[in-house]
Design a protein around this ligand. Structure first.
Ligand SMILES: *Cc1c(COP(=O)(O)O)cnc(C)c1O
Length: 470
């Protein structure tokens, strides 16, 4: 392929993208293919001779597109959104064309310096004070792993990386049952072990960790000769949007001198609206925070903002060189690969710059406020629809509900078949979760181009598809 072909195809794919997005509502949100359909359409062996782009692109349309679940569909109400706005796509295209590696300052000074500035723009946007600096990670999972490793090294007086864990104290980390599974995996990968992830019971409608139980669990561990290392709190848990009381958690942490990491992967984006910040009152007391601009801020995957109070601790944990002997950020040189597990790094800051400049904070705030307002409106309509009950109240744009016609025995089975029916229908996409053991249906709005009509269509679909389900 020569550069003239590249330019021609670049323009054609941009045009294809316009049509795709303009007509996306006509597609079923969740892929309607059966397992094996796509792999069977792909030749078993690689081609020995090259072909032309026209043939490849035709196969892309016929083989790939039917097997795509449309995350940018405005009626994608499953999981959490993974928003991609047009300016973020264009920035990604530019970053892909230049394809720099951004592990050291000198391997692309613009990428490093823009990352520093963009992290600070994000910090200001979500209302964190200026004691935080940060880094862009590939995912919240990586940020939480980096935070867990930092807790581990601090608690072991920086001996874990050097000696391995087998001869050192048994570490303990605390969280509720509402945190994301990335916390479990961080504990495994950090060598701390699932048995040392202590689950603290939650209380109240916010499903927050009970601070008295947290304090008691830590005290009991110390008495038993174990070594508490840190607490992982959540703002906007994945299942139902649980929010720990950050101030209360930080009070307990301060008493025992423990590290606090806050996972706000989804809800953090909403903090660009000051009126939602009471969900994480006390956040400036945390040691580290993660939120994903790639979820609800229109900065397409992958882009995870990891804020840290003390970057020296993170660098001391992850840098190969004894970087703690140097100054970070003060001489203008930061090597971000020393702030994360992978060495190689993509130029992710560019898409934040494009998105924030094109929409401004006002544009993004308007989008998030709309999603929240419309989700609340839908919730009220479902609440007053016969045979439906709201199970967890909206946290921002996330709530759960259940179809519960009187006299029906197995509601779990009924609701799972309703979810399956909805997703086979394809007009909207929802997922299920469990609340107190019951299977419930989960709704969250967050796609950039969703309208009020898209959100409210959910009720029509529910009414239609429950019609003959009973
Ligand atoms: C989505 C999510 C994660 C995982 O995010 P990745 O960036 O995919 O690793 C972690 N925690 C919470 C609360 C989430 O919603």
């Amino acid at each position: 392929m020569d550069w003239q072909d590249f330019a021609r195809w670049g323009a054609r794919i941009a045009d294809w993208g316009r049509t795709y997005h303009e007509t996306i509502r006509a597609r079923p949100v969740r892929a309607q293919t059966a397992p094996g359909e796509i792999i069977n359409a792909l030749p078993v062996a690689p081609p020995t001779v090259g072909t032309d782009m026209e043939a490849v692109f035709a196969d892309f349309e016929t083989t790939v597109m039917p097997g795509i679940t449309h995350w940018q569909h405005p009626r994608f109400f499953a999981y959490f959104p993974s928003n991609a706005t047009p300016p973020s796509m264009l920035a990604e295209f530019l970053a892909t064309v230049i394809a720099p590696q951004c592990m050291l300052w000198q391997t692309s000074p613009a990428a490093t310096e823009m990352e520093t500035r963009m992290i600070d723009w994000l910090r200001q946007s979500i209302g964190l004070n200026d004691t935080f600096s940060g880094v862009i990670q590939d995912s919240a999972s990586s940020a939480t792993l980096a935070a867990t490793l930092t807790m581990r090294e601090k608690a072991l007086d920086w001996q874990g990386n050097q000696q391995g864990l087998s001869q050192l104290a048994t570490l303990r980390i605390y969280c509720s049952n509402e945190v994301h599974t990335s916390v479990d995996r961080a504990i495994w990968v950090a060598g701390i072990g699932q048995d040392n992830l202590v689950r603290i019971p939650t209380q109240g409608a916010t499903r927050a960790m009970d601070p008295a139980s947290l304090d008691a669990a830590i005290a009991a561990d110390i008495a038993a000769g174990l070594k508490p290392a840190g607490i992982i709190a959540c703002t906007g848990g994945t299942g139902t949007g649980a929010c720990d009381d950050i101030n209360a958690v930080c009070d307990v942490a301060a008493k025992h001198d423990l590290y606090v990491h806050v996972d706000a992967a989804w809800a953090g984006a909403a903090m660009i609206c000051p009126e939602y910040r009471d969900l994480w009152t006390g956040i400036d007391r945390a040691d580290s925070i993660v939120f994903n601009p790639h979820k609800w801020l229109g900065v397409q995957f992958d882009c995870s903002a990891h804020f840290v109070k003390n970057p020296d601790d993170l660098v001391r944990t992850l840098a190969i060189k004894p970087e703690f002997l140097k100054t970070h950020g003060q001489d203008g040189i930061i090597n971000y690969s020393e702030w994360s597990v992978p060495l190689g790094r993509r130029f992710r800051a560019l898409k934040i710059w494009f998105v924030l400049r094109i929409y401004g904070l006002e544009g993004l705030q308007r989008m998030i406020r709309n999603h929240v307002t419309w989700s609340h409106e839908l919730c009220e309509r479902i609440r007053t629809t016969p045979d439906f009950e709201i199970i967890t109240e909206p946290v921002l744009s996330l709530f759960t509900f259940r179809y519960a016609p009187a006299g029906h025995g197995d509601l779990d089975k009924l609701n799972q078949s309703l979810v399956d029916r909805i997703n086979d229908d394809g007009r909207i996409y929802l997922t299920q979760t469990r609340v107190n053991g019951d299977l419930v249906i989960r709704f969250t709005a967050g796609q950039v181009s969703a309208t009020r009509e898209d959100v409210l269509l959910t009720l029509d679909v529910l009414k239609q598809l429950t019609g003959d389900l009973r």
